[in-house]
Write a protein that binds this ligand. Sequence first.
Ligand code: SAM
Ligand code: SF4
Ligand code: SF4
Length: 343
Amino acid sequence: MRGAQASDVLGPLLDSRARALRDLRISVTDRCNFRCRYCMPREVFGRDFEFLPRSEILTFEEIARVARIFAHLGVQKLRLTGGEPTLRAGLPTLVRMLSEIPIDIALTTNGSRLTELARPLADAGLTRVTVSLDTLDDEVFRWMNDADFPVGAVLDGIDAAARAGLGPVKINAVIRRGINDHTVLDLARYFRGTGHIVRFIEYMDVGATNGWRLDDVVPGAEIIRTIDATFPLEPAPSNYPGEVVRRWRYANGGGEVGVITSVTEPFCGSCTRARLSADGSLYTCLFATNGTDLRHLLRSGASDDEIAATVGARWNARDDRYSELRAASTAELPRIEMSYIGG
Ligand code: SAM
Ligand code: SF4
Ligand code: SF4
């Protein structure tokens, strides 16, 4: 598979609902230094929890090979995630290897290690960074991450990313009713005019350990109304077709905010994302229950074409639209944890 990209020759790889394969999220570790209660609750991910052994995690060479194959199949963006991706030793080395593809390389991180890593990652070829920060209230934040990690250190990480040329930084804030919804306006106010873009995310029923209830979800429309009451907002057009964030611009200047309304206004119809777990399984939906084992192929001598054919067949058969079907009947279905599959 050298030379022209498969997608140039054959047109984009489409699933059964005519959605192209455009994005690959790569989980580089299932471990994390936070225990966010909505993602890795300590009661489940405690001392006895068995994370993947090192031998089962894809090596950098294996990740780079898979990424190259996906790029040939039409993927235009890679996002490194986890678990907490910055815990993976030597992450800048992986970024440098991926930067040879060439492809857009983004990172989603809790920001805890960005003060040291932003510069090496940028130098290695990282193009963009998204930092998860659910509130500016230090007490609420320490409770939410359940690792007593302070807000100030994440803000320092965001500054370091901007200094390293990774700005504007996107800030992801998951909003939960009764937990941090009273701090929405503070987040908007703080980042207004900085060039960084806050995106408020509806709390999702991902995984099976967080005890999700619909009542905990704060609809994106409500979040926008809250901000608009103090800082008038006007809708802004999408940057590209299929963009999941709904953009709103401050009418009086100061940039924009966004909402990701996965629960109240699902966007499965334009979902072009595939996910690769840290142990090399391909998932075609955040809510998938089964993955396709690519590690076995990688470690048993399969050629790039054989791996591409497996991915292509899986994507062609893809029918996922969990968020559109979400209902009481889906609540009890088994699901993969987000920290494993990659958020
Ligand atoms: N550790 C990194 C981080 O927190 O940015 C990357 C992995 S984390 C699983 C990716 C994103 O998923 C984070 O922005 C996190 O807030 C979000 N997330 C986790 N559980 C969620 C849930 N139940 N609903 C909505 N977003 C969630
Ligand atoms: Fe860790 Fe990110 Fe999950 Fe929080 S959301 S527990 S930082 S993986
Ligand atoms: Fe994509 Fe699945 Fe989320 Fe729908 S539910 S947007 S198909 S990941």
